[in-house]
Design a protein around this ligand. Structure first.
Ligand code: UDP
Length: 238
């Protein structure tokens, strides 16, 4: 493989992906595969921070109509992202690569608090950073968190790892006529209302001039390929 194109990236990993075929919770073989891909990508020399979702465990919006308020449900969702973070940190470290989970919440017995200084320090040490707890605020998503953290720590790009190989005009699993975009501007992504990422995330990326690459994580080695400019994904950039 060639040299990486990027010095520092934020990778957004959906919680849903970590459930594997079981649909809920953490599928350890899937977690192991993702960890192997992240380790191989780190070995290329790029500094990597991962923002993890929590959809495999809990999504606030899904309970907010059932007697739990949306802010409480979202807080539960953010705690779910922290569980994924701890599991991925343990999986990466078991394989001999240093990692570090940082949380958006103060929870000293669980993990260190995310600050820019801590993130810079651990990235410089060569650790794979795992950023849990979302933004720490309800009504946001981990997609928005990924863009926010990328802007905060000076990452050059957000890599949105998902189940499909880019942004489509409609859900390609439901609509066979859906077409795939190679490239979109942030404004086109917002106006198109494409479901792959929420509008707040695209708007913050536009505001901070951050490119986003949406790509499929299903193929082993796909993160490394994207880092080397050889992968297959949709580029969303201004
Ligand atoms: N969440 C939140 N604020 C944030 C990030 C996440 O309230 O800044 C909550 C929200 O309830 C969300 C859940 O955490 O549904 C899990 O995150 P997300 O849905 O983004 O996970 P993914 O779909 O990527 O697995």
């Amino acid at each position: 493989m060639t040299d990486p194109v990027y010095r520092r990236v934020v990778i957004k990993l959906s919680g849903e992906y970590l459930a594997g075929q079981q649909g809920f919770g953490i599928d350890q073989p899937t977690m192991d595969r993702v960890a192997d891909d992240l380790i191989a990508a780190r070995e290329l020399g790029t500094e990597i921070a991962v923002v993890i979702g929590g959809g495999n465990i809990f999504r606030g919006v899904e309970v907010s109509s059932r007697g739990v308020s949306r802010p409480t449900g979202d807080t539960m969702g953010m705690l779910a992202t922290m569980m994924n973070c701890l599991a991925l940190e343990a999986t990466i470290e078991r394989k001999g690569t240093p990692a570090k989970a940082l949380s958006a919440f103060v929870m000293p017995e669980v993990s260190e608090l995310f600050t820019r200084a801590a993130a810079h320090k651990y990235l410089a040490e060569g650790r794979i950073l795992l950023l849990g707890g979302g933004t720490g605020n309800p009504f946001f998503t981990t997609d928005t968190t990924a863009v926010l953290r990328a802007a905060e720590i000076g990452a050059e790009v957000v890599l949105k790892a998902t189940n499909v190989d880019g942004v489509y005009s409609a859900d390609p699993k439901k609509d066979p006529s859906a077409t795939r975009f190679d490239r979109l501007t942030h404004s086109q992504a917002i106006e198109g209302g494409y479901k792959v990422m929420d509008a707040t995330a695209f708007a913050l990326a536009r505001e901070t001039s951050l490119p986003i690459i949406v790509f499929s994580i299903a193929e082993p080695g796909s993160i490394g390929a994207i880092l080397c400019g050889a992968g297959h994904g949709t580029i969303v950039a201004g």
